[in-house]
Design a protein. Structure first.
Length: 426
């Protein structure tokens, strides 16, 4: 068998057994003997990553790095021109160059194997000026409002604000209804605000861009404002587009309570983008979500910006049943009384219901492990899980109660007041 064929066989064996160090070092030795130093260095590097103190690997690495690099073959023109002139004396490397930086030295030695630091991969395209869509994730939503269980009041409000005008262009033109606008969803955490925003984009056949504080903030002055502007520009280029501002209270906190000048400037930039001062927002539907609307700057809620506010409550009975069926669809279940579970989970959010199903599955699996007999998830598992899983919405309800009682200026939270009175929490 030729050495190349043997090397290929050993490489395949290494792929199957990556932790076999003797085999990997044997392959590295053969690669060195065959003059394939770069591949040998890669194999020895893998060995040293698994066993940094391996003396054989260290010796092989020194041998590989110390091997002389053969000079390039002379070109025909150079051969006919006679002997090449002596190379000029090398100037000493400045302080901080490869001679003083061990990482830079290794980088030069391993340049054929490991890409340099802070460099793009060979197949990564060069950045194109003005092309920001490759940076921001522009999605095509596939879910529809029909996939959202319950929430009939919220769906009706969305139909009135966005979907109806989009489906009826002639009526929209007659009534002078613009396709620009903003709506803020608020409510307890885990109740499906993000899922609802994706469903709106899917219903409209529009693109979807999700924006959060981490997509915008930058340590350098002015970069945060530029990032926010570029996100809005991406939405405008992809219109019709739903731009979803997640946790909008972080981006647009009350400026009277913000001590950082940079955050105040970022809030001003958000107001300018919503007004469309630097580009038309026609076809850009801004949906915002927050758990604490009372912390959002009032300027964001004035007409023409996020002027419509919709309360997204914990799922009703119909929605709870749909959520439970979704999370149980691929699990082995038997004898579960869904009606009983739905009735016992009135305060649970959608995330709580997912956790409830997970907990019931854990109990059934633990019982199967103990008994040695695999069994289905049963009602007794849900009864135990209901005693353990506590509603995550209750702390939010306590805060919302205080807001509804003492901070409902202008009737902004009338829907919340009605809900709390219905639940006898107010």
């Amino acid at each position: 068998m030729s050495s190349d064929a043997l090397i290929e066989s050993l490489s395949a064996a290494i792929d199957a057994r990556p932790d076999d160090l003797p085999l990997r070092l044997h392959l590295a030795t053969m690669l060195l003997d065959a003059g394939r130093g770069g591949e040998a260095i890669a194999q020895v590097g893998q060995a040293l990553a698994r066993d940094p103190g391996n003396e054989q690997a260290q010796a092989l690495m020194q041998r590989a790095l110390g091997a002389a690099v053969p000079p390039p073959p002379p070109t025909p023109d150079a051969a006919s021109a006679g002997p090449a002139p002596a190379a000029p004396a090398q100037r000493p490397a400045p302080a901080g160059a490869a001679g003083d930086d061990p990482l830079a030295a290794y980088e030069q030695e391993l340049a054929d194997v490991v890409p340099p630091r802070f460099a793009r991969a060979g197949d990564e395209p060069e950045p194109v000026a003005g092309d920001h869509d490759r940076v921001y994730d522009v999605e095509t939503a596939t879910i529809r409002l029909a996939d959202v269980g319950g929430m009939s009041a919220v769906k009706e409000r969305l139909e009135l604000a966005f979907l109806g005008p989009l489906r009826n262009p002639q009526l929209r033109k007659m009534y002078g209804k613009s396709l620009r606008g903003g709506l803020m969803l608020y409510g307890p955490p885990g109740c499906g605000k993000t899922f609802l925003a994706r469903a709106v984009a899917g219903e409209m056949g529009a693109k979807f861009i999700s924006l959060s504080i981490v997509d915008v903030l930058d340590m350098w002055m002015g970069n945060s404002e530029r990032n926010l502007h570029e996100l809005f520009q991406a939405a405008r280029r992809n219109a019709p587009c739903v731009l979803f501002l997640d946790e909008v209270d972080a981006l647009g906190h009350k400026r009277s309570q913000v001590s950082s000048s940079s955050m105040r400037t970022l809030g001003n930039q958000l107001l300018a983008e919503l007004d469309g001062m630097e580009g038309s927002n026609e076809g850009v539907f801004v949906l915002a979500a927050t758990n604490t609307p009372w912390d959002v700057d009032p300027a964001l809620r004035r007409p023409g910006r996020l002027d419509r506010v919709v309360l997204v409550l914990p799922p009703d009975a119909e929605a709870r049943r749909a959520i439970l069926e979704y999370h149980l669809r691929e699990r082995p279940i038997a004898g579960i009384d869904l009606h009983k579970v739905v009735a016992a989970t009135e305060d649970l959010s959608g995330a709580d219901l997912a956790h409830l199903c997970e907990t019931a599955a854990e109990y059934a699996m633990a019982d199967s492990v103990r008994s040695g007999e695999v069994r289905m998830i049963e009602q007794r598992d849900f009864d135990r899980a209901l005693k353990e899983v506590r509603p995550s919405t209750r702390p939010w309800m306590s805060t919302a109660r205080n807001v509804a009682m003492f901070a409902n200026e202008g009737g902004v939270y009338d829907d919340l007041v009605a809900y709390l009175k219905k639940r006898k929490l107010l």
